[in-house]
Design a protein. Structure first.
Length: 158
């Protein structure tokens, strides 16, 4: 994905993050696997400050571990294998919903993309691709449905 000096800007809409935002809650293991059994959670027995020590990802600022979501979009940049980095200040916005058994997702990106390469300017073309993970078809991790690269043409102002 990308290469040195040629970053790839990756935007991923996440259904669980959308559910968290829409419900005002947090999708945890209990919601995904209702029959799960666990002994005890740190929040259940420790003062809040002490319980934080057990949520290492949250305390380190890992965007994937955050308890409160403000956007359903994960925004990263990569300049080669093993270099995926979350943007410090994500700028993409999006929303998705499932209606009549079909997902509809919209993602918007500002034309001035700070920290992810050249701005998206009128009259330019950009390579773009899409991937879809279908849990019902056992898509996981790198197994997904992909599309070949397409050319996104940004029309020049008339």
């Amino acid at each position: 994905m990308g290469g040195p000096g040629s970053p790839v800007h990756i935007l991923q809409w996440r259904a669980t993050w959308q559910r968290d935002i829409d419900s005002g809650g947090n999708t945890g293991v209990d919601q995904i696997y209702p029959e799960v059994v666990h002994d005890v959670m740190p929040d259940d027995i420790l003062p809040a400050k002490a319980a934080q020590l057990y949520w290492v990802g949250r305390e380190a600022g890992n965007p994937l571990s955050q308890n409160v979501r403000t956007s359903p979009i994960e925004e990263v940049v990569a300049e080669g294998f093993g270099s995926v980095t979350h943007l410090a200040t994500p700028t993409a916005v999006g929303h998705g919903n499932n209606e009549d058994g079909r997902w509809r997702v919209v993602i918007a990106v500002p034309s001035a993309r700070k920290g992810v390469g050249e701005p998206l300017a009128p009259g330019t073309t950009w390579p773009i691709s899409f991937a879809v993970w279908l849990g019902s078809e056992e898509n996981r991790g790198g197994r997904k449905h992909i599309a070949n690269w397409q050319t996104l043409v940004l029309e020049a102002k008339a």
